[in-house]
Design a protein around this ligand. Structure first.
Ligand code: GMT
Length: 379
């Protein structure tokens, strides 16, 4: 198949899923065309089946706000026409689904019928989508999609609860490439971080409010009083300086390292004993799956789609959002007993294997074929 993928090119979850999916499809012999405003973060190599088309937005004094969606639509039309795409797969509803819909209508005027699949990732529904400003367009473009997928059952239900959806939504969970995400021998790094064998806790995110990064610091301050431990904060974003201040206030700076944005997250996860995800909402929790693939148990909130991934008392624990004391207590429980910790680590990897790329990729390929066949009938 010739597949166009529209996504955000950032380190964030939806961009990572779209890029990894595109790479895997290309490995499987499909021709994949990425259409986005920057080279996707994980698309930094050459492959004969991968193409990248940059969306450039013209600057003009009249435009206080450059019309990205129009530029994107034009680029989709161009790529679909000249690369003869069979299908378009857009990740994150806003503004990708409405751009795809408009491109589809324009392409019809050239006698080209191209179906598009929209994958809902989370904040496009739970935060941004619910905003009145966007709701009519999000509802319309989900309903007009030729196929719709959500990354968890919880996100599907959220979508059905908040929008008037007439379309079927297929749940295809996120996946992990276990060839890349696995525990690596990084003893020298572990020694540098935790020279006296302290336990290592890790949090990775974009440091947005929804991640509740302040809870990470607060719970670590409690754990740190009970166990020799270190905390690695990976990523960057608006809440970082607040977290740094909180570390000073709680006097844990000596045991907390802010590593900023990191490409090789799997290397950091390889030295970790526990992963922390106290998010306010999380449609799936891809970062937790990446940790589990590296044999790291997860202590998280029990929000959104996380319970579809983290198995209570097996791969980690879940508590109510904001219950810092309970989160800290679960961390200590896992970390204080070596045999117990070892078992949680094994369990985390076993669970991650259920989301292996080799199992999820065929679900997308089958769905694409189904959507293409269905749209031939309705074209
Ligand atoms: O979590 C973020 O802020 C990034 C966001 C995104 O849209 O890129 O992640 C969402 O999509 C990921 C991939 O499907 C999911 O694993 C995350 O749970 C989801 N984030 C939220 O729902 C907050």
């Amino acid at each position: 198949m010739k597949i166009g993928i529209v996504c955000y090119p950032t380190f964030g979850g939806s961009g990572v899923v779209a890029t990894e999916l595109g790479k895997a499809l290309a490995d499987h012999g499909h021709q994949v065309h990425f259409i986005t405003y920057n080279q996707p973060a994980r698309l930094d190599f050459f492959s004969e089946n991968l193409y990248y088309h940059e969306v450039a937005v013209s600057k003009y004094p009249l435009f206080d706000y450059a019309p990205y969606e129009i530029a994107l639509t034009s680029k989709i039309v161009d790529v679909a026409r000249f690369e003869k795409l069979d299908l378009l797969h857009v990740h994150y509803a806003i503004p990708h689904a409405s751009a795809a819909y408009l491109a589809k209508q324009i392409l019809k005027t050239y006698g080209i019928h191209i179906p598009f699949v929209t994958t809902l990732h989370g904040t496009d529904i739970t935060l941004v989508g619910k905003d009145r400003t966007f709701k009519p367009v999000v509802t319309f473009s989900i309903n007009m999609s030729d196929g719709v997928t959500a990354v968890s059952h919880h996100l599907k239900q959220d979508t059905l609860d908040f929008f008037d959806i007439e379309n079927e939504i297929r749940v295809i969970p996120n996946f992990i490439d276990l060839k890349r995400f696995s525990k690596k021998a990084k003893d020298h790094f572990k020694k540098a971080i935790a020279p006296s064998g302290e336990k290592i806790l890790v949090h990775t995110s974009n440091f947005r409010k929804v991640k509740r990064t302040e809870d990470v610091i607060k719970l670590f301050a409690i754990v740190n009083k009970k166990l020799p431990s270190k905390l690695l904060m990976v990523g960057d974003g608006p809440e970082r300086s607040m977290c740094e201040q909180l570390c000073r206030d709680l006097k844990v700076c000596d045991n907390v390292r802010f590593l900023g944005k990191q490409e090789a997250v799997e290397e950091i996860l390889s030295v970790a004993d526990l992963f922390l995800m106290p998010s306010e909402s999380e449609s799936f929790g891809l970062a937790a799956l990446e940790a589990m693939a590296c044999k790291v148990p997860v202590v998280s909130s029990n929000t959104g789609g996380i319970p579809e991934l983290n198995v209570e008392g097996v791969t980690g624990f879940m508590t109510a959002v904001g219950d810092v004391e309970a989160l800290a207590e679960r961390c200590v429980y896992i970390l204080e007993d070596e045999e117990r910790l070892k078992q949680f680590k094994e369990n985390a990897l076993e669970r991650a294997k259920e989301f292996d790329l080799s199992l999820i990729l065929p679900l997308y390929e089958d769905y694409y074929r189904e959507v293409i066949e269905r749209s031939k009938v309705t074209a």
